[in-house]
Design a protein around this ligand. Structure first.
Ligand code: ATP
Ligand code: MG
Length: 168
């Protein structure tokens, strides 16, 4: 798979509901197996976006920040065997923490969608074909979202999402 310079586009979300809807829309285009890295400061909107991805993907349970457990596995209802893993690495301090939740297996023997909050705690572990979303709080409830990837195939996914979400 060709690895490219980052391809990206930006958009603005004006509310937590809009951020959630964007997550739900992206989920419509995600392949069964992929990594989505959600990067941004505390309260930037990563979990709201992840919650939307969960809705769009069809998770049986609402996605909540797995800050203490670091990993939450989701399935559909009824269980189709498909998996969505919601990872929150805020509390990960060293590689041993990442190993202890099985992050390496999740990424290398990936059998589902892996959403990762605080991916900067696992720098070097995030594959080149991951979809990255960066959240920047600007003013009030405005959030700048930057979608990017180094992979040509993931870029096609992002383009389909952009077309569906913004018509361009
Ligand atoms: N446009 C917006 N999109 C998302 N959240 C928003 C927006 N405007 C305001 N908010 C508020 O910002 C906060 C975002 O919380 P959220 O848990 O999604 O952030 P987070 O990036 O996951 O933070 P953490 O790193 O602590 O897990 C919520 O309180 C939400 O109500
Ligand atoms: Mg969060």
């Amino acid at each position: 798979m060709p690895i490219l310079d980052p391809l990206s586009f930006e958009c603005v979300s004006h509310s937590e509901e809009q951020t959630q809807r964007l997550g739900a829309r992206l989920a419509m285009f995600l392949p069964a197996v992929c990594v989505v890295a959600l990067q941004g400061d505390l309260g930037a909107g990563k979990t709201h976006f992840a919650r939307g991805v969960g809705v769009g993907w069809g998770a049986a349970q609402e996605l909540r920040s797995p800050t203490y457990t670091m990993l939450q596995e989701h399935h559909r209802d009824p269980d189709t065997g498909a998996r969505l893993y919601h990872v929150d690495l805020y509390r990960a301090e060293r590689d041993a923490d990442l190993e202890s939740i099985g992050l390496r297996e999740l990424i290398e023997e990936n059998d589902g969608v892996v959403l990762i909050e605080w991916p900067e705690r696992a720098e070097g572990w995030i594959p080149g074909d991951a979809i990255r979303v960066r959240f920047d709080a600007t003013a009030g409830s405005k959030r700048n979202l930057t979608f990017s990837t180094h992979s040509a195939s993931a870029w096609q996914i992002l383009l389909k999402f952009r077309k569906q979400a913004f018509g361009v």
